[in-house]
Design a protein around this ligand. Structure first.
Ligand SMILES: C[S@@+](CC[C@H](N)C(=O)[O-])C[C@H]1O[C@@H](n2cnc3c(N)ncnc32)[C@H](O)[C@@H]1O
Length: 188
């Protein structure tokens, strides 16, 4: 059931998209591993076979790796910024998730930055397969997050509707800035 919890909504929508799409042997990417919850979710999807995860903090790689022990999928966790993704992922990307901001419970100064985030998102959009999905969660509740959110929103409007469907989900009836979710689907 959809709720005001944006991560839960996002996961439900991704599952529904994959089910209706039906494509198998998918390549998925988690652009911001953090505590590994999103990686664990992506790994749980039967259609996903190749999984790449990025983070700039070793502790994020450790926490994420611990969540998917004993896998029979191809999983690569990479200690590098997501904007260098083409050094690690050669072909198309079917599914990508960027949960932006800082790692909860860790150093809040290590946060995603607008400039590198936009470079990474542009590269993912270029590599997205037909029918592929890129999901981006933004957090306008803190200063860098607000700037990042506004730039991403503006950046996404530059893409033509013939090539991508771009959806925006947020909660309207709360006073505090809540997480926003952008869903970008490359049209087949
Ligand atoms: C909100 S957390 C991600 C939450 C995570 N997906 C989860 O399920 O727990 C954001 C993460 O982005 C990471 N990060 C910041 N800048 C980055 C960059 N340029 N490339 C990759 N990861 C980055 C941070 O280290 C932090 O772990």
């Amino acid at each position: 059931m959809l709720s005001r919890n944006m991560t839960e909504n996002l996961h439900l929508l991704i599952e529904q998209h994959l089910k209706m799409w039906g494509k198998q042997n998918l390549t998925a990417m988690d652009g911001t591993l953090g505590n590994g919850h999103d990686l664990e979710f992506l790994h749980r999807q039967n259609q996903v076979q190749h999984l790449y995860g990025f983070d700039v903090q070793q502790q994020a790689l450790d926490a994420s790796g611990a969540k998917i022990v004993g896998t029979n999928k191809e999983v690569r966790l990479i200690l590098d910024s997501h904007h260098n993704l083409e050094h690690y992922i050669e072909g198309e990307i079917d599914l990508a998730l960027f949960n932006l901001g800082y790692l909860p419970g860790a150093d809040k100064s290590i946060v995603t930055h607008t400039e590198t985030t936009l470079v990474a998102l542009e590269k993912v959009m270029d590599k997205l397969s037909d029918g592929g999905l890129l999901a981006v969660m933004t957090y306008p509740g803190h200063e860098e997050g607000r700037k990042e959110h506004e730039h991403i929103e503006a950046f996404l409007t530059t893409y033509h509707v013939r090539e991508y469907s771009i959806l925006h989900l947020n909660v309207k009836n709360v006073k505090k800035a809540c997480p926003n979710c952008f869903l970008i689907i490359r049209k087949s």
